[in-house]
Structure formats: C-alpha cells, structure tokens
Ligand binder design. Structure first.
Ligand code: ADP
Ligand code: MG
Length: 715
C-alpha cells in the first residue's frame, strides 16, 4: 500500500473527473458470481483493456469469481487500485468509501440507489457520502450510476450489461443524466461505428456532475464532439461556463435537453415578460453558450454521427446534395426549405461544367441528379462530382447512391472511389440513405474505414445538416466573456418577493440606465397641478396603487391631458376611483409627460426556479398575446447580442418599418436591453422580476422611452 504524501492531504487534492477515466486497475467490491452487475462490470473491464490481474473482485465469501482471484477486502489487495467499483447496497456504501479512503484509491463508482431519488432521507445520505468523498479527494461517480466506458483509454466500468463488442475508440464523449438512454446510445454508437472517447452515466451527481464532465471533455485532447443528455442542474453557472468552455475550445456540444415542458412554470403569469417556460429559457441559455440543441434521440444520433465525421471547418459550411433520382431532388429541395437548410448555390463555372456534362441548360445543380451516369456514362458521373466538390461554395458533398442489404466488393470499391474523388477535389464526403432500412453492419464498417459519416435517412440527415448550419449561424449569440453572474451558482429555494413601492421602483429604474419618461409623484390634486410647472403638455396621470400591475384594467390611466384644467378634473376623478377601490388610504398619482409615436415594446425579467434571472422582450399587443413572440436571454447580453435576439422576433420586420410603419430606433433599443441586462446581472441586486411595459420605440434616431415599470424584489 502506498504511503500518504504531503500533496495527498484532503484539502490539497482537487477532484479530477479524469481520475475515473485514467484507470490501470480496478477493485470490484461486492462482486458475486452470476450477479448481473458483477458479471457485466468484470467482463467489460477485461474486454476493454485491463489485464486479468488488474481486475480484482472483493468478497470475503469467495476465493475466485469469474475466473479471477477474489480478495476479502480492499486492505488485502497487493497494490492500490486506481478505481473502486462499489456494487454493494446503500447501507454498505459508506464502509466501502471508508476503505477506499484508507487505501487511498483516487476514484470510485457507486452503483447503489436509495439516495437523492428517495426523498429527504436519501438526499441527506447522499450529501454525507458526497461530503466525505470530496473531503478525502475521492473522485466519486454516482450513486445510482450505471458507470462509464472509455474505449480509447482501455476502461469500461459499466454494469448495465455487456458493452457491445463493436464499440470503437474515437473522438466523441458522452455524458448523460439518463443512464437508460446512455445504454441505448452505447448500442447505437457501437452499431454505427461512431468512435467514442468516453461515455459517462452521471447518476445522482453527488460529487462529479455533468458540468464537471463537460469541462473535462472540453479540455480532453481526445475529445472533439460532446454529446450531452441533460434534465436539469443544481449548478447552473458551472454548467453554463463548462458548455461555453467547450465551445471556445472549438468542440461541438450536442445537447438533448429533456423534461422541460412543465418545469419552471411556477413563476409564469399572464404578466408580460413572465411568460417564460423553462424549456424556452433553457434554449436561450444553450444558444448563449454555443451548444447545439437537438430534438430527440434520432436527431441526437444523426447529428452526433455527422458532426463526428466532419472537420470543424466543414460543420455547418456550404452543402451540396447529390442523388441518382430526379424525384429525390424534388423531395430534398422541399425538405431543405422546410428545415431552413441552405443548399449552396454553385458558381457560374461549376454550373457551366454541370450543364455541359449532363447535357442540359441551367440544370438544377443542388440537389444534383447524376442519374444513372455512374454506369451509363462514368466520365460524366466523375466529372460532375468533381465539379461540385471543387466549387468554392461547397465544403461538403452528401450523396445517396444504391445501397444493397450488404456491401459487395464492387460496392466497397465504388464507395471508396467516390469518397476519395470528392476529397481529392476539395470537399468532405457524406453518404446517406433515403429512409431507414435494414442494412448490414458491414456498411457501417465500410463507412468507418472510409471516415465518411453515414446518415440513415433523408430526414435525419437533412435535420442534422440544418442543425450544424444553424449552430454556425447562431455563433453571434454566444456570450464571449462568459461571466454569467446572474446564473445561480447553486439552485436554491425561491425567496419571498413583494412589489416595490413607487419610490423604490423609480430609484431602481434610475439605476438600470433605462430612459424613462419624465415622471413626478403627487399626493393631491394641488400637488399634481404644481408638478406641471416644469412639464410639457400633453401629460398622463396614473393612479398608484401598490401591487397593481395593470392600472388600465382599473381605469387608473388618464392619457392625453391637454392643460391644467383638464388635469385637475382627471386627477380628481382618479383619486375618487382609488378611494372606491378601498385597498389603502394613502393615495397618490403619478404625472408623466406623454410620449407619442412609439411602437409598444416590452422588456421584462423573471426569476426562473433553476436558471435564475432571465430577461425577456418583444413587441406588445398581439405579438405578445397571440403570437408569444418573445425572446429570452440570460443576462448580461451585449448590444450586439440583443440585436441578434431582436432579429429572431417576428416583430423584427415591424421594427424595421414593414407595411408603412416607420423604421424604429433598433440601435437605441439594443443599447437599452444591454444596459438594463447589466443591472440585472449584478449579483447584489435584490430585484426578482420586473416589467417595462411599454417601452416606446421611437422612429430611428429618436431613442426609446419607458412609460411604465412594475418591479418586485426580495426586500
Ligand atoms: P398599465 O400597464 O398598468 O395598464 P401603463 O402605464 O402601461 O398602465 O399605461 C397603459 C397604456 O397607456 C400604455 O400601454 C401606453 O399605451 C399608454 N401610456 C401610458 N403612459 C404613457 C406615456 N407617458 N406616454 C404615452 N403613452 C402612455
Ligand atoms: Mg403597462
């Protein structure tokens, strides 16, 4: 047993997720003959690289398990294992951890359930386990994990059945919160010959969570593509920063985000700016960290397969499709349009070559129908493919050719030649099928050898291409600095909130930098009249009733006040109406200058139970009520990001001056969004939600001005 050294005192050992992956020997505590977990993990460890003497079952009841020498306890082992796999039940895990700490084992996988998924008691038990492991520098995976595999590193501590034999080493790393899905995807990637660097089922994330693995994979030289299945997080800021870090490291992160439809609805009300559902909020976050979000498992598989097979430059770059059927060209064109997938235009030079080769003028170059020229006129076939591949607008040529049930020698030669030909002419090559069909695994072997992605259906393929294109197009949403100071470090219970008073609201508005129409509070008609001395008619008068978010509903907004006489009458009426409401006896009104000629916009913030302060904005009226035309953003956002987000709105055209509207001051609006977002991102802010509704967006050059603010806070 190695003796402790000064650098291994608990405080001095930061936890490294890679301790789990860089394993040269493993003790399997609680191994038992014929038990599923035990048999699986021992067989997997042996199959993926550990020599027999480095896989050490621990169980005092046996001398031998599955042909391996069995030891009575961790303390009895001849050397220090680099990993403990704990298969024991929940009551015995603590003792195993104690032994692992005693034996100075750096990494431990805990399979047992009965922790945070089992209510308060389980949560407390998990917290104790996590605390002890972390204090002693044990990189603990789980509990409630099925384990992990790292084919290129020769380790497969996986208890969920035999890891498929065909699993190959490669440059994709997976981290899943759903172990069942990871089991499925392991089979899929093995079947499809997608090379894996690592795949981790994070389980209950007691010590190592998704964010840790994302960060580790971002820094891992062997990983190029990350595939993530995410349900939620307890560490939003670390998660965002890890995702951003991966993006900035030049890696593509494919995220399947699940379970978002009902969650986080607590704060939703009909109030403008608080219409966020968690799903849309998550999407906003993913966009700002440069993650590529997919819709379902098929989309995940196809997108990972495509991404892993393309160079970083080709991902999302110019795309040409080629098929051997005219019908396909029509179908592919329609599908591409539906998916907003851009098929690159070819240059006039390329067009001329294709016209000549395929003997037609102005032939549709993309998708290109090469007909049966491969057999009937091979020169035409090869010259056409060469022209497409050589076109400067095209980075990738995706082809559909005939697929038999299994590839023959001729098929192999032909596909090899096509791939080489396209590459020699300067493009990357992808093969597709029209519809998911039964095809021999030998096809996948062939495509793996050729290094060409093979996408199993047109819909999956085009969606994957669209995903990459949109991902590249969305790069300007990414938060370059990545401070994410508004994201909670740890998800906490939502505090009690209350509406701010008029004065607090106005003070806060001042601090945000929002330009607000000139507004004065008046406690009486006389005070209101006095206030007008420094104001320009027409004016607006509004009744101030604490906590009322919709003053108009209570007839507490008087617009277009022409002069002092008009003001006296209308303010008197306001006071009378407020008295009738009988909610308070401290009445006040606010007198504002009337701002004319603006388009009504709203800018709001609400507190999401997971991701904290989230900004939302869009045009008012039907855009908000009927179309839910709202953009979400995690603050802070820059003016450039705000502009990009504004462009995602259907109301963007209105702001631009569609249909006789005047073009609006979008630049000023973007500036205001950025300025307010910085105030929102201030970690010391106690404001939990607000609405500026409306912010009036004036004609270009004339700025924006808010005329109504409703703010809630925790103090
Ligand atoms: P609430 O939203 O509580 O009903 P607002 O203060 O937003 O009350 O006023 C209702 C509407 O009146 C606004 O949406 C806007 O159209 C108009 N309005 C209010 N104040 C002004 C102002 N100072 N200048 C121009 N229009 C205003
Ligand atoms: Mg309003």
């Amino acid at each position: 047993m190695a003796s402790p050294t000064a650098t291994e005192t608990p405080a001095a050992r930061p936890l490294d997720p890679m301790a789990l992956l860089n394993v040269s020997s493993a003790a399997v505590v609680g191994a038992s003959p014929g038990k599923h977990y035990s048999t699986s993990v021992i067989a997997n460890l042996l199959q993926f690289g550990l020599p027999a003497e480095k896989v050490m079952p621990i169980n005092p009841k046996y001398d031998e398990i599955d042909g391996l020498r069995c030891h009575a306890s961790l303390a009895d082992l001849p050397g220090r294992p680099s990993l403990v796999v704990s298969l024991v039940g929940v009551e015995r895990v603590d003792a195993v951890l104690d032994d692992a700490i005693e034996a100075q084992v750096p990494a431990m996988l805990v399979i047992a359930d009965g922790y945070s998924e089992m209510g308060a008691e389980g949560t407390a038990r998990q917290a104790r386990l996590a605390d002890k492991a972390a204090r002693h520098g044990v990189t603990l995976l789980g509990p409630n994990s099925l384990g992990y595999v790292a084919p290129s590193r020769g380790v497969a501590a996986w208890v969920g059945g035999r890891v498929p034999e065909r699993l190959t080493a490669g440059r994709v790393s997976l981290a899943f919160q759903s172990s069942g899905m990871l089991n499925l995807v392991l089979n899929q990637v093995a079947h499809r010959r997608i090379g894996l660097a690592a795949a981790v089922s994070v389980g209950n994330e007691a010590v190592m969570d998704l964010a840790d693995f994302i960060r580790a994979f971002a820094d891992d030289a062997e990983t190029d593509v990350l595939g993530i299945v995410l349900e939620s997080t307890t560490r939003p800021r670390a998660l965002a920063q890890a995702l951003l870090h991966a993006n900035q490291a030049g890696k593509t992160v494919v995220v399947l985000s699940i379970g978002k439809s009902e969650r986080g609805m607590k704060n939703v009300s009909s109030h403008a700016g608080r219409m966020a559902t968690s799903g849309r909020v998550w999407s906003a976050l993913f966009r700002q960290v440069g993650a590529l979000v997919v819709d379902d498992l098929t989309d995940f598989m196809e997108t990972v397969a495509l991404t892993a097979g393309l160079s970083a430059e080709a991902r999302g770059g110019g795309l040409a499709l080629a098929t051997i059927s005219g019908g396909d060209c029509g179908l592919l064109s329609d599908m591409a349009e539906n998916l907003d997938l851009e098929l690159s235009d070819v240059t006039p030079e390329t067009q001329a070559i294709l016209d000549e080769q395929l003997s037609r003028t102005n032939i549709l170059a993309n998708p290109l129908d090469v007909r049966n020229t491969r057999t009937s006129a091979p020169k035409v076939f090869w010259a056409s493919l060469a022209a497409l591949a050589a076109d400067p607008n095209i980075a990738t040529v995706a082809l559909r050719l005939n697929l038999a049930l299994a590839p023959t020698k001729q098929h192999e030669e032909m596909y090899t030649r096509v791939a080489e030909h396209i590459r020699a002419n300067g493009a990357e090559c992808v093969f597709t099928s029209r519809v998911t069909e039964t095809s021999s695994e030998r096809w996948f072997d062939l495509f793996a050898e050729l290094g060409t992605p093979f996408l199993t259906s047109y819909d999956g393929a085009l969606k994957a291409f669209a995903n990459l294109q949109h991902h590249r197009r969305d790069a300007h949403y990414v938060n370059e600095d990545g401070a994410f100071t508004a994201l909670p470090e740890v998800v906490a219970e939502m505090p009690e909130t209350q509406p701010l008073s008029w004065q607090q609201t106005m003070d806060w508005v001042g601090r945000t930098g929002m330009s607000f129409t000139r507004t004065v509070q008046a406690m009486s008609v006389a005070e209101a009249v006095e206030a007008t001395a420094t104001m320009t008619f027409p004016l607006v008068a509004k009744g101030i009733v604490p906590g009322v978010a919709h003053k108009s509903d209570l007839k507490l907004v008087e617009l277009n006040i022409a002069d002092v006489e008009d003001l006296e009458a209308r303010v008197t009426a306001l006071f009378e109406r407020m008295a009738g409401l009988a909610v308070t006896d401290e009445f006040a009104v606010e007198i504002q200058e009337m701002a004319g000629g603006g388009a009504e916009f709203f800018l709001g913030m609400h507190s999401d139970p997971i991701l904290g302060r989230i900004m939302s904005f869009g045009l008012g009226g039907i855009f908000l009520e009927l179309l839910h035309d709202v953009a979400y953003a995690v603050p802070p956002v820059s003016a450039a990001q705000a502009t990009a987000l504004l462009q995602t709105l259907r109301g963007w055209d209105v702001l631009q001056g569609a249909r006789g509207q005047e073009p609006r001051d979008v630049a000023a609006l973007a500036d205001v969004i950025a300025t307010v977002s910085a105030a929102v991102a201030d970690p010391d802010s106690t404001v939990s939600s607000f609405d500026f509704n409306p912010v009036l967006v004036m004609p270009a050059g004339s700025g924006v001005v808010a005329v109504d603010a409703y703010v809630e806070g925790t103090k």
